[in-house]
Write a protein that binds this ligand. Structure first.
Ligand SMILES: [Zn+2]
Length: 165
């Protein structure tokens, strides 16, 4: 898999702690949640730039599935609507990452990749709000976290940086 170092998910230490908390609470079931924030394109040179996904708010969701490997949070649409209302409409943030945890190494499963492909598509000419977000996956045991994006029909790993403050 390609590692795209110019796409970066910036987590604060506070949000990283919240992700770890969310993981601990759900284990041994997969945790899941949504990270909202901003996306900024930062120029490095004339034709080079980095894309920063800047995390500002995390919502830990109760995983509504018991089986390891499946992942179903989007189907809990009432809960999603409530969160969207607050994060997007009131706080003016956008969804930047779907977070979940894995009992096995923090890489996308075959089902995750299918979901990524599915969520990358626009439906009926309406921009899909789940498009181009980063999938952040935490190893349930080590708390290592990796980020992935499905972009232009390609699955890539992205950089995750944890900032103090
Ligand atoms: Zn998964």
């Amino acid at each position: 898999m390609k590692f795209e170092k110019d796409i970066i998910l910036n987590l604060t230490q506070k949000i990283f702690d919240e992700l770890k908390q969310c993981n601990k609470k759900a284990a041994p079931i997969e945790a899941c949640g949504l990270i909202f924030g901003d996306v900024e394109k930062v120029s490095i040179t004339f034709n080079e730039y980095k894309i920063h996904y800047i995390a500002k708010q995390f919502y830990c969701l109760k995983s509504n599935i018991e089986s390891i490997g499946s992942f179903n949070l989007i189907k809990d649409s009432d809960k999603y609507f409530e969160i969207h209302q607050e994060a997007v409409n009131e706080k003016n943030l956008r969804l930047i990452s779907i977070f979940h945890s894995h009992p096995v190494p923090a890489y996308p499963s075959a089902a995750d990749v299918q979901n990524m492909e599915f969520l990358d598509k626009d439906v009926g000419g309406v921009r899909n709000p789940f498009k181009n977000q980063i999938w952040s996956i935490m190893d349930m045991n080590t708390e290592d976290i990796n980020g992935f994006i499905y972009f232009n029909n390609e699955l890539m790993q992205v950089d995750i940086q944890i900032l103090e403050k």
